[in-house]
Design a binder for this molecule. Structure first.
Ligand code: URA
Length: 329
């Protein structure tokens, strides 16, 4: 049965109050929104899960996998394409000791898991020497935006209303990356402005990152019709823009929301969300974690417990790396 946003938020608040009453967890109260808590758990264990947040059912993992917390790592399909040549891999970072009640993030070998991109225009169909696309030399976000917003590299330009560049603090230490604009985002030209966006704001506020302090973008900058999954050729055309944004912003940490965002950024192939959650990846000098997509949490409130654990890990790692518990920038 469909639950209303208010019902979900009430559950979240109730759960947060219970947590505070037991004194077992630190809960970050956000200053954004209505001053209400962001995404938290309803106290239940997460069960079988299914999706990346945009309607697909590709993220299944079993309850026993979750409970055993013994998810075997798979080898990344370290794919390369004409648009991407991995540069020498960075070394994996030192594991961070857990705080009370917060499981230590599992770290990955960046050398095998996620090749670092070389930013190039994906439009290199003919072998004659070409002058580099002007956007490649952009050094600030407004310039980049003005140079790429009329992009026609993939079919999606024919159906989009707006090119959804991204929004937020150009000096953000935290970037949040989703999958692709939905209907509301396409209409308004801004990522995460619909129901999922409202919940994302509360998730961020719950770990003391107001929306304005972070930078929010998507793997794709144009809406796939009917919110279907991005096609590989659309990702290949669009992802260099995201890499360029990361290069300009230089975030310390990136939160990918949903399996599709995580697997496309990190090139983890068809690895499930379950296997990406709880790990820390290296990508373009940022630490990356993957959690549930807020749309998935709206559909499956029993996953909020897991999302809250992920968010706490993310904040804890941020505090260790940046040493500032109060602000996201
Ligand atoms: N879902 C996404 O992945 N991105 C948006 O911008 C909105 C919904």
């Amino acid at each position: 049965m469909q639950r209303t946003r208010d019902e979900i938020l009430s559950d979240i608040e109730l759960w947060a109050k219970e947590r505070l009453a037991t004194g077992e967890q630190t809960i970050y109260l956000g200053s954004g929104g209505n001053g209400r808590m962001g995404v938290l758990a309803d106290g239940r264990m997460e069960g079988e899960e299914q999706s990346s947040g945009r309607g697909d059912e590709n993220d299944r993992h079993t309850i026993s996998e979750i409970k055993s917390n013994n998810l075997k790592k798979t080898t990344a399909s370290a794919k390369t394409s004409s648009a991407r040549i991995p540069s020498p891999p960075p070394s994996a970072h030192t594991p961070i000791p857990p705080a009370a009640g917060i499981p230590a993030p599992r770290t990955t070998s960046a050398a095998t898991r996620n090749p670092q991109p070389e930013i190039r225009s994906s439009q290199t169909p003919n072998p004659t020497p070409q002058t580099p696309a002007p956007w490649l030399s952009a050094t600030d976000l407004p310039t980049l935006q003005s140079l790429i917003s009329s992009c026609t590299k993939c079919e999606l330009h024919k159906t989009r209303t707006n090119f959804v560049f991204g929004v937020g603090n150009p000096n953000a230490k935290v970037m949040v990356i989703g999958e692709a604009p939905g209907k509301d985002e396409d209409e308004q030209g801004e990522p995460f402005v619909g129901r999922a966006g409202q919940l994302l704001n509360k998730m961020l506020a719950a770990i003391n990152f107001p929306r304005e302090e972070v930078f929010i973008a998507n793997i794709l900058k144009s809406r796939p019709p009917g919110n279907r999954d991005p096609k590989p050729e659309e990702v290949a055309a669009c992802e260099p823009y995201l890499w360029k944004q990361i290069e300009i912003i230089k975030p310390k940490m990136i939160l990918c929301v949903g399996r599709i965002a995580g697997s496309n950024l990190l090139k983890t192939g068809d690895e499930s969300l379950a296997k990406m959650r709880g790990k820390v990846f290296d990508f373009m000098n940022a630490k990356v974690m993957v959690t549930y997509h807020p749309a998935a949490l709206l559909r499956n409130p029993n996953w909020k417990h897991g999302a809250w654990e992920d968010l706490k890990q993310f904040r804890k790692l941020y505090d260790e790396l940046v040493g500032n518990r109060e602000a996201g920038s």
